[in-house]
Design a binder for this molecule. Structure first.
Ligand SMILES: Nc1nc2c(ncn2[C@@H]2O[C@H](COP(=O)(O)OP(=O)(O)O)[C@@H](O)[C@H]2O)c(=O)[nH]1
Ligand SMILES: [Mg+2]
Length: 307
């Protein structure tokens, strides 16, 4: 555990989000001031319930690839607040789908057409029917009971809520030293480039209002998908909350992620999204180091006639 004090009542808010007007206060204040100005005025007609009183429908999207030993535990722990559970399966060769269906007969199962976790999530998000979409892994490393915290913040004015293993109340019993270091570097890069104060990046427990789906740019196929969504949320000015999350070890089986390959993909994604063209610059620098211009071509250049 990284700390012991829960920050659930005081989420970490990205600085770009603080300029937002709280939708709850803007809904309530005009009504109060009108009544105060004319206390003898006509009794107002009954109004439809405020949007904040309508209980949003919650969809849970679970990408699966050979998680037969883990999926039952995840599904058994899904809280009642979740209305729709959807599995997006990456052509598992084990009994993932049958196990899920026997454990939870109302589960919706979709087989992804492409490959990769990002592709699976995109498929699931598009098919989801809920107002709130929550994404969680199928390997038992994330506790479904935490979903209530994510939904709570979405119901109270936030647009995008992400789990963090590195704020008080969160932690990881799964992350290797190499991944911890890589994640810390990537968080730093994102915070510097996008003027944010995040504490975690490569963690797939997130939730958001479905109305923002088109702003999250879920177009990357692999494990870089979470970084892409977070950077897109920052760029779109969404109000982001981080909630503490405890990552447990995957219950059975091995991770599909390859630390260096996927870490590089996350870095490329983070740089590419930045408006400065920093990605192209960085790639050219690396290329010229790896493949320095040959003597022949530089000689040809130097001997070329000047215009
Ligand atoms: N549908 C689908 N799910 C995937 C794919 N790759 C990984 N997953 C799922 O994505 C989640 C996270 O994968 P995992 O291997 O645990 O990666 P890690 O948590 O980053 O180590 C798990 O639920 C996997 O079953 C894929 O290609 N397709
Ligand atoms: Mg995992």
């Amino acid at each position: 555990m990284e700390g012991s004090v829960s920050t659930l009542t005081s989420p970490v808010i990205s600085p770009v989000t603080t300029a937002h007007i709280d939708p709850l206060s803007s809904a309530v204040l005009p009504e109060v001031s009108a009544a105060a100005a004319d206390p003898q005025g006509p009794v107002p007609a009954p109004r439809a319930p405020a949007a904040s009183m309508v209980r949003p429908v919650v969809s849970l999207i679970i990408p699966t690839k050979n998680e037969a030993s883990n999926i039952a535990w995840v599904l058994e722990n899904v809280p009642d607040r979740v209305d729709e559970v959807m599995l997006v399966d990456g052509r598992s060769t084990d009994a993932t789908v049958v196990t899920a269906q026997s454990c939870r007969p109302d589960v919706r199962v979709i087989t992804q057409e492409g490959v990769g976790k990002g592709d699976a999530l995109r498929t699931g998000f598009r098919a989801a029917r809920g107002d709130i979409i929550v994404m969680i892994d199928a390997d038992g490393s994330m506790a479904p009971s935490e979903i209530a915290h994510y939904v709570h913040f979405l119901e109270n004015g936030y647009d995008f809520v992400k789990g963090s293993r590195f704020i008080g109340g969160g932690g990881s019993r799964d992350i290797s030293p190499t991944r911890r270091l890589g994640n810390a570097v990537l968080v730093h890069v994102v915070n510097r480039l996008y003027d944010a104060h995040l504490t975690d990046l490569c963690y797939g427990f997130c939730a958001f209002h479905r109305r923002y789906l088109d702003y999250l740019g879920v177009s990357t196929p692999g494990f870089e998908v979470e970084a892409k969504m977070i950077v897109s949320a920052l760029k779109s000015g969404l109000r982001i909350a981080e909630v503490p999350s405890l990552e447990m070890p995957r219950r059975f089986g091995r991770s599909n992620l390859r630390t260096f390959r996927d870490g590089a993909r996350v870095l490329r994604t983070v740089l590419r999204e930045h408006d400065s063209g920093i990605s192209g610059h960085a790639i050219q620098q690396v290329r010229s180091k790896v493949h320095p211009p040959s003597l022949d071509s530089s000689a040809a250049l130097s001997s070329a006639p000047r215009p």
